[in-house]
Design a protein around this ligand. Structure first.
Ligand code: GDP
Ligand code: MN
Length: 377
């Protein structure tokens, strides 16, 4: 999943003929001031944090300025701050629009229906999440022949747009759908789509590109704003690896067991810091690589929780023991293992020979690792 920042999303909007305010992205406060002074961004303007999380409006990450100095101050206040765990490195400066109405429009992939769906609501803006399904009109779109004229008319009726605004919406929906289709997006969302005078303007842009289509879009390969460095390496090695805020590393196999393991750790007061899903690998080398990557995340303790199936316990044990030998002393951490299932006895024997005990009970092993992480902290 490649999430685009608003600035990048709006570049796409421009390319496909979806109207957006004139603006520019900067990464320093003096550049923000300069962008306004040079006339590149007309006043009054909006200063918006370029982070992937939503809810910026409510979180103080969307500000307004009426002078170049104010634009600079707004940028200074936002840049470098953290917003929902993300550090703000860029701000988007845009001419401030005078909003008559805020609407909501999106195309999303409805995986249940196996079709794109057009969603519109006359109540857009920062409150749309609380609107609930009742106020959102949904129309599934048949990929062949694509978005139909009657569907665009129905959207216009739901949004209460007629005349010039209705014509604007008609064009906009056609263009937005073309973007969704050609760029292989799984979501394009405009919230708010603003009525400004007699025209429509996309004031926000959320675009997510479908991962499975990435081979068709090498241009997105360089954009991984939401991945950490280690996650990036893991991805290249095709290892499912996610970094969180805590200090306990979790190695499990299968999404279900991995999530359950995180839950159990939480239950005993532990804070998972990174997890790694070995999935169904039968290659000890891959286990070794995954484990070394885990070591780089510097966990205070690691919980290995494996249910042997396709991934046999002895495969994991072998890979793990090979990796243990190469982890430098400075990166060592307490390790609690729990391996059950296919070739369990062989796996346990391999671990024991390397000085790692397997604790068969889930709650007991989870408590041990939580205590070990606290002891190391
Ligand atoms: P989000 O909260 O992260 O979705 O950020 P948005 O880009 O949607 O901005 C949040 C809110 O700020 C919008 O719903 C608008 O009410 C307001 N806003 C954003 N741009 C403008 C603008 O150009 N003019 C005015 N008047 N309000 C704006
Ligand atoms: Mn928005």
């Amino acid at each position: 999943m490649v999430k685009l920042t608003e600035g990048r999303g709006k570049e796409l909007f421009r390319k496909y003929g979806v109207p957006v305010p004139s603006g520019t992205v900067v990464s320093t406060a003096p550049d923000a001031e300069q962008a306004v002074r040079s006339g590149k961004v007309p006043l009054p303007c909006v200063v918006k944090a370029q982070v992937l999380a939503g809810g910026r409006g409510k979180g103080g990450a969307v500000r307004f300025a009426t002078t170049p100095e104010e634009a600079r101050a707004a940028a200074a206040a936002i840049l470098g701050a953290t917003f929902q765990g993300e550090t703000v490195r860029e701000v988007l400066l845009e001419e401030k629009a005078t909003i008559v109405r805020e609407l909501y429009v999106s195309f999303a992939l409805d995986r249940g229906a196996r079709l794109p769906v057009l969603m519109v609501s006359a109540r857009g803006g920062v409150e749309v999440e609380s609107v609930g399904d009742v106020d959102i009109d949904r129309q599934p779109v048949e990929p062949f022949p694509g978005l139909a004229a009657f569907q665009r008319r129905r959207a216009a009726r739901v949004l209460g747009l007629s005349g010039a605004l209705g014509a604007d919406l008609d064009r906009l929906l056609g263009n937005l759908y073309r973007l969704f289709d050609r760029e292989d997006a799984e979501l394009v969302e405009v919230n708010p789509l603003a009525v400004v005078g007699e025209h429509l303007l996309a004031l926000d842009a959320k675009v997510i590109i479908e991962d499975d289509a990435s081979f068709r879009h090498p241009e997105y390969a360089a954009i991984h704003d939401d991945r950490t460095e280690l996650e990036e390496i893991a991805r290249e090695k095709e290892i499912a690896f996610v970094q969180l805020d805590g200090n306990i590393g979790v190695i499990a196999n299968g999404a279900g067991l991995t999530m359950a393991t995180l839950d159990v750790l939480k239950e005993f007061g532990g804070a998972p810091g990174v997890f790694l899903d070995l999935g169904g690998t039968d290659d000890p080398q891959k286990v070794t690589e995954a484990f070394l990557l885990m070591a780089k995340a510097k966990p205070h303790a690691v919980f290995l929780n494996i249910f042997g199936g396709v991934t046999r316990c002895d495969t994991v044990a072998k890979g793990l023991v090979a990796a243990l030998g190469t982890v430098p002393a400075s990166e060592r951490f307490p390790l609690v293992a729990r391996i059950r299932g296919n070739n369990e006895a062989e796996g346990i024997a391999i671990l024991r020979a390397a000085g790692v005990a397997s604790v068969p009970d889930l709650r007991e092993s989870a408590q041990l690792v939580v205590a070990a992480a606290k002891g190391a902290a």
